[in-house]
Design a binder for this molecule. Sequence first.
Ligand SMILES: Nc1ncnc2c1ncn2[C@@H]1O[C@H](COP(=O)(O)OP(=O)(O)OP(=O)(O)O)[C@@H](O)[C@H]1O
Ligand SMILES: [Mg+2]
Length: 244
Amino acid sequence: MSVLSSQVSLDNATPSATRLEPMVQANAVTKHVPTQEGELTILQPISLRVNAGESLAITGASGSGKSTLLGILAGLDVPSTGDVILNGTNLSQLDEEGRAAVRAQNVGFIFQSFQLLPGLTALENVMLPLELRGDKAAQTKAKEFLQRVGLDARLHHYPQQLSGGEQQRVAIARAFASEPRILFADEPTGNLDSSTGARIIELLFELNRAQGTTLILITHEERLAQLCQRRIEIAAGAIVSSKE
Ligand SMILES: Nc1ncnc2c1ncn2[C@@H]1O[C@H](COP(=O)(O)OP(=O)(O)OP(=O)(O)O)[C@@H](O)[C@H]1O
Ligand SMILES: [Mg+2]
């Protein structure tokens, strides 16, 4: 309930000018990959705009193209045709290095597969992106976010010593700690029990509220989709429904 009521106050408190500024824009983005059976279409032309401070849920069946779309919107993957404009920068004009720079400045990403570095502890995994940005308070911030996801007793564990849900929470703390303008999350509560999931959802929307973080989330969870201002459903690589 607290998350819901604060969303209402966000709507009243945020100036409309802020909300109309596009944070991510996809123009007729497609994805085709060569396979042994010929060319496979993963995404049909998708156009989409998400304004600064908005929250968007992406839903759809397994294999419909959700993770592929999210990776393209975040500049981790490139579309076959079409382009993505992220916080004013057209990613199609950049090489991998240029896209990495735009991501480092703007983007937090919580992967479906966590993508923690196995040779680094939980604390070091969360500190890494902060250190790469030259943040002198990296350790303090990393500890704070690990505490917020309930992992203060696991700071020095390596990923293989953590459960799936704990690894997911380290990945979440890592994405939150760099305070990105836009946070992409691929089923952020997929491996969590419902009370831990509820805490993570509260944290997501607290960032959205306090820092105006734009949220783009893939989820199968109705309670999470409902908290987002908008939702789109993907089927066979196309947007089949869009709700405010
Ligand atoms: N590099 C690739 N080569 C061939 N096929 C691919 C490739 N990447 C994705 N696919 C296929 O594209 C489809 C969409 O994949 P994607 O991971 O985007 O689905 P999803 O909607 O995220 O599914 P899930 O809910 O299971 O995570 C799948 O059928 C997948 O097998
Ligand atoms: Mg997926």
